[in-house]
Structures are given as structure tokens and as C-alpha cells.
Design a protein around this ligand. Sequence first.
Ligand code: PMP
Ligand code: GLN
Length: 385
Amino acid sequence: MPLQIPPTKLPRVGTTIFTVMSQLAAEHGAVNLGQGFPDFAVPQRLVDELDAAMRAGHNQYAPMTGVPVLRQAIAGKALRCYGAQVDPDSEVTVTSGATEAIFNAIHAVVRPGEEVVVLDPAYDCYEPAIDLAGARAVHVPLDPLTFAVDWDRVRSAITPKTRLLMVNSPHNPSGAMFSADDMRALADLLRGTGILLISDEVYEHIVFDGRRHESVLRWPELRERAFVVSSFGKTYHCTGWKIGYAIAPAALTAEFRKVHQYNVFCTFAPAQHAFAAMIRDEPEHDEQLGAFYQAKRDRFRGQLLGTRLRPLPVPGGYFQLVDYSAVSDLPDHEFAKWLTVEKGVAAIPLSPFYESPPPGQRLARLCFAKNEATLDAAIERLREL
Ligand code: PMP
Ligand code: GLN
């Protein structure tokens, strides 16, 4: 009898839209504003510190939880940025990117048959991790125009089976940010329940126009039930290094580490030393990141006004949503392909971030974490639409 491969555990998973669009961009020589990654250099100091760490012999397994100097630096950053007292030994775990942290947190606390509430459009790695845990993602749509949360809708999605709620601010793909009122509404919603929280804050330092990032770490009532996840890939322009972390109360961290320990055990050691040095010695890097990206956002938006694409507001993050309805009536998948293949600019459609995309939505995501020359080349092509 030939071997019977069992049916897939993830029937709805294919290749991610980010990979699909990057490959299409490469095949057609398109300017790639699709997959979110910077095309400029990482800080030279970070490269020097990585080099120094390898030369100093930090090339063997790191401690499972992360190297102590980095965990201490992360705790120091939580205090400096958000006034949070975080214990580096029992509350911080260094992971292989935010993706691993999100996977671990879900698997640490979610059981088969339970429900996890996600807000659509939601980042693509959430639902497969929920599915693999044998749980069900319950999708609550954000406002289709402003991407604000309707907390009453979230409340009505909660059932006795709800174990976890996942939030993301600044938000990918829209850039929308939670206000202090959102945080209060979130606290009201969860108070007295056993529902835990994953707060995906990978764009925590990329915030604009003087707005304050409402980290869950600022809100003690939320923090006691939360995994707060971030990624150095975004903060230090090195998405390919795949290092992130999770901060959670000791009891949740203990469960999180049980998964982390047998998922990857530990994370690339030399880079952990390099990030520790950056956080300790160059705190201004993350303090200046908002202004750095705001200048890119403003320049790019100004240029987009000379095209038939209509840019939506971008409070945070490094993605610009554009309404393309004046250019095309194609559904967003087809529009993104057409734009890449025929017009030479790769974008990301929004529908893959939804269980049910809003009917008639004509939005595409463009990444502006790029050099001026890249953005100029894209704009030249977009002007022809
Ligand atoms: N969450 C969001 C909202 C993201 O945009 C990303 C990456 N772009 C991640 C998580 C994953 O981060 P990492 O690359 O560190 O795994
Ligand atoms: N997070 C990146 C984005 O939103 C993509 C990361 C990936 O390719 N998995 O574009």
C-alpha cells in the first residue's frame, strides 16, 4: 500500500501574500512596495556590535530565555518608554521574531475548542497559529474606513469559550492606532473575565504627529493579563535578523517559555548582544524613529497627491493605504497583480487580511520604508495610472 499522506492541518493556508508579491515583483522588475521591509542600511553601530559579539566568542547557545544583558535592556526600555516595572528574569523572553512570540503565546494558553477574537484586517500569522492550537479564530471587523475598533462588536463576539483577544497598534496594514479611550474600553471589556490578551506592538516606535503609543505596558490592569510582543526587525531596520521578544507577567511567561523552549530553545546569540548595546547606549535611536519615518510618510504622501491614488491617513507604522477606485474597479488581488505586472509597482491587497473583506473595498498597501530613490521610481510609474 502506498503511504497515505494525512489531510492537511491548514487547509486554508497557501503561500503568504508577502512572498507572492515579492516574487512577482522580482519576476517583472517592479519596484517592490509590497512586502514590508526597509531597503536602507541598518545602523552601522549595530553591525559593528554584531561583529564584535561574534569575535568575542558569543557563538554558542544563548540562555533559553535570552541573554541577561538584553533582557535587562528590554526591561529598562519598558521603564523608560512606558513607565512599566518589568522583571528581566521572570517577565521577558527573547524570541525568533515577533512571529515566534505570537505562536508561543497562543500555544501556551489556548486549548482545543476555545476561541480567539481577532480584529480584521489582521496580520497573517495569527489565524494559522490559532488553528494549529485546535482553537477557532472569531473575526470582528474594524471600521472599513477608519480602522477603528467597535468595542460593542468585540463584546458581542465574546462567548464562554473565548480564551484570548489579539490586538495590534500601530496596526498593520492600516497604521491605525489605539487611543487612551480604546485602552479604557479594552480594560472595561476584559475586567472580571478570564480572557487573556496578545498585544502586537511591533511598530511601537513608528508613530507620527506627536501621538503617544498606547502600549499595554502603560496600563497595569491590562498588563496583568497580556503578552506584549515587539520586534527588533522594525525598530532597527533588520527584518532579516528575526529577533523579537515578549513581555508578560511571571506566571504567563513561565507557560510561554515552555513552548519557546521546545520550539526554538533559544535565539541567535550574537545579535542579542548587539541589540543590548544599542538599547543601552543609543536610546535616541528609537526616540527618533517616528520623526525619521514621518519625513518619509509626508514626502511620499505629497508625491501620491500627484497621482490618481488617494492616500488614507497614516497615524503610525510604515504602510500607506491607497484607495485606487479612481484608477480601477478590479478586486484588490487582481489590482495588485496588474499594478505589479503591467505598471511596475508591487503592492499588497488587503483582502488576505480578512475573513470577509468589506464588499467593494478598493484599497492597496504600499510600504514607504524605502530610500527616496525607490519611492521616486515608484511614484514616476504611479503617475502614469
Ligand atoms: N506583527 C505584525 C503586525 C507585523 O507587521 C510583523 C512583521 N511585519 C510581525 C508581527 C512579525 O514580526 P517578525 O518579523 O519580527 O516576526
Ligand atoms: N510583516 C511584513 C509585512 O506586513 C511581512 C513579513 C513576511 O513576509 N512574513 O509586509
